[in-house]
Design a binder for this molecule. Structure first.
Ligand code: ATP
Ligand code: MG
Length: 166
């Protein structure tokens, strides 16, 4: 089993950098689930991921549209489950049409609101606000596909990783 680990973003800039580093490992077909309270930094982290995927169009919050699609090295689908009240209503949102959009990285904010819609194979990142700009991110790679990438992921995020004694 792959273990979760904790990284720290001391500033908004750190949050962007963490996203950029995560993006280095992302492949078409990957799913990233983001959780954490309002203004935790989920969209900011997604902006970092988008930068890392060489998306040039500015990334905005998908709260009202449920999904945005961006062209990059890999297509980025950026979604938000916050306003999705009913999992059964997801068919109307375009969720089931994702396959037609082609190979993409999918990043979903508030993914924990609808666990039943998430693939078992995914990268979960839970963001906790620690006061000021400090954020603690619990990074949890899930599924066999991450077994081979976990070590590299930890290396990429090493400078942000909390080691015992920090
Ligand atoms: N370390 C940090 N990382 C990210 N954002 C930070 C940080 N410190 C302060 N902020 C501020 O917190 C806010 C985070 O907003 P953001 O839209 O990224 O949050 P969110 O989790 O997507 O919120 P929502 O639940 O409304 O979608 C921004 O105003 C940003 O400037
Ligand atoms: Mg957001």
């Amino acid at each position: 089993m792959v273990m979760a680990f904790v990284v720290e973003a001391r500033t908004e800039r750190d949050m962007m950098s963490i996203g950029e580093k995560v993006a280095e490992l992302l492949q078409a077909g990957d799913f990233v689930g983001l959780s954490g309270r309002l203004a935790a930094g989920k969209t900011t982290l997604t902006k970092g991921i988008a930068n890392g995927l060489a998306v040039v169009e500015p990334v905005t919050s998908p709260s009202y549209v449920l999904f945005n699609l961006y062209r990059g090295k890999i297509t980025l689908i950026h979604g938000d489950f916050y306003r999705l009240d009913d999992q059964d209503g997801v068919g109307e949102t375009g969720w089931d049409d994702r396959a037609f959009w082609g190979p993409a990285v999918t990043v979903i904010e508030w993914s924990d609101r609808h666990p039943g819609l998430l693939p078992g194979e995914r990268l979960d990142i839970d963001i906790r606000v620690c006061g000021g700009q400090r954020r603690m991110l619990t990074v949890r790679p899930l599924g066999r596909g991450w077994l081979t990438r976990e070590r590299r992921l930890r290396e990429l995020l090493d400078e942000y990783t909390l080691h015992s004694g920090d």
